[in-house]
Design a protein around this ligand. Structure first.
Ligand code: HEM
Length: 278
């Protein structure tokens, strides 16, 4: 079914029958989901094959575009990072959502906003943890919408909290960049690109229950943003978010489009090697 919505995008790229903002179904037996609330939601809404398997870069480009108006540049570089997690000989051309649980290789990391750290729970780093998520969401108490400074505080608090727990906490410049980008993308896609003002209810719906119950807050009123989220917009937002919470930038690190590309992508399909500079 093609649902009416007002974006120019929908006129250019009509949704296929399987994709549906208002229809959602949980993963069934054999289906897989990921620690990423964005990808898990898109999968349960049919923008990605419902079993969560064999995700290629073209599939991701279409799904992120159709479901959230996220650019092909982002889908390509983070999708490229996802390919690294596939337990196949490199270079792999596809991955399953469950592969993304691979800790620090290259994306899943400590100090998540809604999941326990890998070492804390015998490697169980992908199931939703309501206590942790509530601690992050509490930063928005009394607010209707998120903001860059508050989102920044909530994110930094997770680093401070988990960092106190022990030497197994891993937070290098790579995780620093990734975690900033993840907060930037949720307040961009659920809110806007400049102020990051997302209704707190949307954030709640799109995270709660990760990775099995997350969904797009379409019935609550969310619609795909008319302005595209891409590496450039995320880079800008990451910069203002970091300025907002005062977290010390690791020495020598600069936020540019390329920084995000390297932190996420890092993988050169030609030489088959990680080319992180971080
Ligand atoms: C090719 C596309 C994508 C891939 C491969 C991917 C992968 C991942 C992975 C592996 C994580 C876990 C990182 C962690 O440990 O916190 C993650 C987190 C996250 N992703 Fe994605 N992602 C993609 C696209 C998106 C999109 C389009 C959104 C839009 C909302 C999104 C939102 C998030 C958020 C908010 C988190 C942080 C969750 C947390 O704090 O636990 N991602 N992503």
């Amino acid at each position: 079914m093609v649902l009416p919505h007002s974006t120019a995008l929908s006129l250019l790229l009509p949704l296929s029958a399987a994709q549906n903002f208002s229809a959602w179904s949980p993963p069934g037996p054999g289906d897989v989901r990921s620690p990423c609330p964005g990808l898990s939601s898109l999968t349960s809404h049919g923008f990605i094959s419902h079993n969560g398997k064999i995700l290629t870069i073209p599939i991701l480009i279409n799904a992120l575009n159709d479901g959230m108006n996220v650019g092909a540049d982002f889908a390509t570089v983070i999708g490229g990072a996802g390919l690294l997690s596939a337990p196949a000989n490199l270079p792999s051309t596809s991955f399953d959502l469950g592969n993304l649980n691979e800790h620090n290789f290259p994306i899943e990391h400590d100090a998540s906003l809604n999941r326990a750290d890998n070492y804390e729970n015998n490697g169980e780093n992908h199931s939703f943890n309501r206590t942790i998520f509530k601690s992050a969401l509490a930063y928005y108490d009394g607010m209707n919408a998120t903001s860059i400074p508050v989102a920044a505080e909530a994110k930094y608090n997770r680093v401070i909290t988990e960092g106190k727990r022990g030497p197994k906490f891993i937070y290098t410049p790579q995780q620093f960049i990734l975690s900033y980008e993840e907060t930037a993308i949720y307040i961009s896609v659920m809110g806007d690109l400049i102020y990051g003002a997302a209704p707190v209810e949307y954030v709640h719906v799109s995270f709660d229950g990760s990775c099995y119950q997350v969904r797009l807050p379409y019935v609550e009123g969310w619609r795909p943003p008319t302005k595209q989220t891409n590496l450039l917009t995320l880079g800008d937002m990451v910069f203002s978010r970091n300025a907002a919470n005062g977290e010390v930038i690791p020495e020598g690190l600069e936020f540019t489009t390329n920084t995000l590309k390297l932190a996420f992508g890092g993988y050169d399909p030609i030489i088959g090697l990680l080319v992180h500079v971080l």
